[in-house]
Design a protein around this ligand. Structure first.
Ligand code: PGA
Length: 257
């Protein structure tokens, strides 16, 4: 137990500081985003906002002295050139992004993003020193069949093919626990024991190859459950969708760490 804890501490990128990331998806307006940034309260955790591309420049101007980082929600798998509609890693860097989501389940499901593309995106981000937030997680059917670990391992190995010892954030986001995919139901996060087990599993898969990883949880994190989830030593942060859209609820999550 002791050596496991030491290894965990040695390999965490953060030295214990949790990272809480708001994923605004395709919501809000630029003005709403600016008001939100101004109303964000400080907490112990590091804060990042994954905002729509068109918001990034204005948000950056309005962050002022606040320690808020910016994240892209996606990046092109291409580096530069005639790819209409795409946004490159270099462009995200110029816009001030420290992080970028890759392989979010909405992109995998709605836009048929595959593992090969995800690997290319991760490589592009790393080239421009943007830390990828790689989203992995099983869907309800895979979970029912007992395939959770197998799916996560396959997604991680594919996303990280040809990559070693770089700073990374891995977001464990079980698809069945993301509010998007629970419409009309009483939305629920994954249970604490599932979260601990899978975070430990992900760490065991990656710790020999990566010194600098943080494993965070996403899927219906809200002010009611954030303290229980974020107080776990295995959980080094959270990726928050629905509950990040109102600054009051995101502030409550930040204050719970
Ligand atoms: P949710 O979304 O918090 O609304 O479940 C999380 C995510 O999609 O990253």
């Amino acid at each position: 137990m002791k050596s496991r804890n030491m290894s965990h501490a040695a390999r965490s990128a953060s030295g214990g500081t949790k990272v809480i990331i708001a994923n605004w998806k395709m919501n809000l307006s630029i003005n709403e985003g600016i008001k939100y940034i101004k109303a964000l309260k400080k907490g112990k955790a590091e804060i990042a906002i994954a905002a729509p591309f068109t918001f990034l420049a204005d948000l950056k101007k309005n962050i002022g002295n606040k320690k808020i980082k910016l994240a892209g929600q996606d990046v092109s798998r291409y580096e530069v050139g005639a790819y209409t509609g795409e946004v490159s890693a270099n462009m995200l860097k110029e816009a001030g992004c420290a992080y970028c989501l890759v392989g979010h389940s909405e992109r995998r499901i709605y836009f048929q993003e595959n593992d090969r593309e995800i690997n290319q995106k991760v490589k592009n981000l790393l080239q421009y020193k943007i830390t990828p937030i790689i989203c992995v997680g099983e869907n309800a059917e895979q979970r029912k069949k007992g395939l959770t670990k197998q799916i996560i391992k396959a997604q991680l190995l594919a996303a990280l093919q040809g990559i070693k010892n770089v700073p990374l954030i891995i977001a464990y986001e079980p698809v069945w626990a993301i509010s998007t995919f629970q419409k009309g139901k009483n939305v629920k996060s994954a249970g604490i024991f599932d979260i601990i087990a899978i975070h430990n599993y992900i760490r065991s898969l990656l710790e020999t190859k990566f010194m600098n990883i943080r494993i965070i949880y996403g899927g219906t994190v809200n002010p009611e459950n954030s303290q229980a989830i974020l107080s776990l030593k295995e959980v080094e942060g959270a990726l928050v969708g629905g509950a990040s859209l109102k600054v009051s609820s995101f502030n409550a999550i930040i204050q719970s760490t």
